[in-house]
Design a protein around this ligand. Structure first.
Ligand SMILES: Cc1ncc(COP(=O)(O)O)c(C=O)c1O
Length: 391
């Protein structure tokens, strides 16, 4: 699903670069954004920046008219740094500490999603008069990986429907400005029936408790979902709210990005392996959620074989993909790990003292640096003053 022009550009660019590295296709991000804007006329979009918080990508989406959804103070500060104003940032998340809220009081107060009574009281104390959405738990067992199913009644997110009236009343009494209701069913949802049922439940609540200034339907669009089919499910919300918001993350950036890795050898145990310089440290989703990224090879080879692609970590779980038929490579050949634009670099770590890789944005003409690769010396910088007594 990568654009052929992007693959051709990578064939020319990648051989001269240190691997691994992330590369994103700005044209593909633009296309995904345009598709959403066309499908959902009149809706305001808050890009879920957890999918890929790169400043360059935030600025690109800002130009297209997107606001952002953040779930940590760090993300809010990053959004400000990218040029978003506080009213263009919505901060969700189940835990907002005193320290976090003090930082927001100084740096700029975004719109906030309220997730529990404890959250409500703390936000009201630190940020009186803040504009808030009340997050609803629709109690719906959506079809996705269990760790991504936030709309389930047994997840830790949102107020149960029966608690909503009390939450709304308490928020108002505590001096918060209630904009409306918020829902996020989960991530990587591929079945339109889950959206139909989740939105139906929220609509019933909004009609009963509204009207509101805003209803926010969250994100969660799976990559193969026909988003155009969801538009008729969203339209009715304009009868119960002046504004309807959506918070897509993955859908905008996942297929625009690849992780480029080099092959350092093949190996046969009871299975046949292809040894890469990228793995779970750079791209955790296969190990964490069983994600199965598409693989593209940038080399020609003599004959073919079926390989498991593995990274350099000393963990048998460091598998990027299994049972992939590929031409037999030589040392130094290049592989593209696809669908790495969302929850890829964002979830990469320094595990095994591995510096995080560089990232580039292809603008249709050239690759522009988004983030340089980390230096090894940056990895122990925080420990340089260690040893002193702390009181
Ligand atoms: C509150 C909220 N909104 C939006 C999103 C974006 O989800 P996705 O990237 O699947 O669109 C998430 C992701 O977990 C989320 O927690």
């Amino acid at each position: 699903m990568l654009r052929p022009a992007f693959i051709e550009a990578l064939k020319a660019f990648a051989p001269g670069q240190e691997t691994p590295f992330f590369a994103y296709d700005a044209v593909a991000i633009n296309e995904a954004a345009t598709r959403l804007l066309r499908a959902f006329g009149g809706v305001r979009f808050f890009y879920a920046m957890k999918a890929n918080p790169s400043l360059g990508i935030l600025r690109l989406l800002k130009k297209l008219g997107f606001a952002v959804e953040a779930v940590s103070v760090g993300e809010v500060l990053r959004a400000f740094r990218a040029g978003f104003s506080p009213d263009e940032v919505l901060m969700n998340g189940p835990v907002k500490t005193d320290a976090a809220l003090r930082t927001l009081a100084e740096a700029g107060v975004p719109r906030l999603g309220i997730d529990s009574f404890a959250d409500l009281e703390r936000v009201a104390r630190h940020l009186p008069g803040a504009e808030v959405l009340i997050r609803t738990n629709p109690d719906l067992p959506v079809r996705t990986h269990p760790s991504l199913a936030t709309g389930r009644g047994d997840s830790q997110f949102g107020f149960m429907p029966e608690d909503l009236p009390r939450a709304l009343a308490r928020a108002k009494a505590a001096g918060l400005r209630v904009l409306g209701l918020h829902l996020h069913l989960g991530s990587s949802l591929g079945d339109a029936r889950d959206f139909a049922e989740g939105y139906r439940r929220l609509y019933a609540l909004a009609s009963e408790l509204g009207p509101f200034a805003v209803v926010d339907l969250g994100g969660g669009f799976g990559l193969d979902l026909e988003v155009e089919r969801l538009a008729p499910l969203v339209e009715p919300f304009f009868q119960v709210a002046s504004e309807v918001w959506l918070e897509p993350g993955r859908f905008l950036v996942a297929r625009a990005g690849v992780l480029v890795a080099r092959v350092w050898g093949t190996k046969q145990t009871r299975r046949r392996y292809l040894l890469l310089d990228a793995g779970m440290t750079q791209f955790l989703r296969p190990a964490l959620y069983g994600a199965t990224p598409p693989i593209v090879h940038l080399y020609e080879g003599q004959g073919e074989a079926v390989f498991d692609l593995v990274g350099p970590a000393c963990e048998s779980g460091d598998v990027i993909a299994r049972d992939v038929r590929l031409p037999i490579p030589s040392e130094g050949d290049l592989i593209l790990i696809g669908e790495a634009g969302a929850y890829g670099s964002a979830m990469s770590s320094n595990y095994l003292d591995t510096p995080r890789p560089a990232a580039y944005l292809f603008d249709g003409r050239c690759f522009r640096l988004l983030a340089r690769a980390e230096e090894a010396s940056e990895l122990w910088k925080r420990e340089e003053d260690a040893g002193a007594c702390v009181d």
